[in-house]
Design a protein around this ligand. Sequence first.
Ligand code: E4P
Length: 216
Amino acid sequence: MKFFIDTANIEEIREVYELGLLSGVTTNPSLVAKEKDVSFHDRIKEIAALVPGSVSAEVISLDAEGMIREGKELAAIAPNITVKVPMTPDGLKAVAAFSKEGIKTNVTLIFSANQALLAARAGATYVSPFLGRLDDIGQNGLDLISTISEIFAVHGLETEIIAASIRNPIHVTEAALRGAHIATIPYKVLLGLFHHPLTDKGIEGFLKDWNSRTNA
Ligand code: E4P
């Protein structure tokens, strides 16, 4: 499973990119709205120049025509832009049009296996099932990853699964185990994955022993 970061904040992206493990970035209108001093297009351009992998930028229009127009503008920003489209009939119409033109797409707000299957058949490059938001309403987000994963494998679908709306480290481990190709993870959760108290204690112990050598 590859790691994407789920943020539009350039400092967070730079810091994680420098760790050498980042394969892409996802943004959404809510994340972009938190970035006050920069235009949407400028920020997407900045991110796409920094990270060589897929950078998802979401359209705002709700009709296919508007999504196609917006998506083409976004795709023209950089070759690594993926156009993020909501899971609606118009969204999938736009996905089919983008697919014919070789523009990569990420179908977002996926909450059922049927939605994922429809998006894959429309030609989506990625589908984004939202784990956390399903858990929030008492449904099992991780089970959805397993189901989509199995359906895509049975039918030989090449659309990649991005585990989204990740809230904690268990989501990350389980998404990997259940066949998600990618997890898009918020900055704080991603950095939290590095830590274990026994790692910290181990380093402290090794250094203490090293420094206590008498015949160095
Ligand atoms: C994914 O592409 C979305 O941007 C994101 O994961 C949504 O997460 P949230 O449910 O924490 O807002």
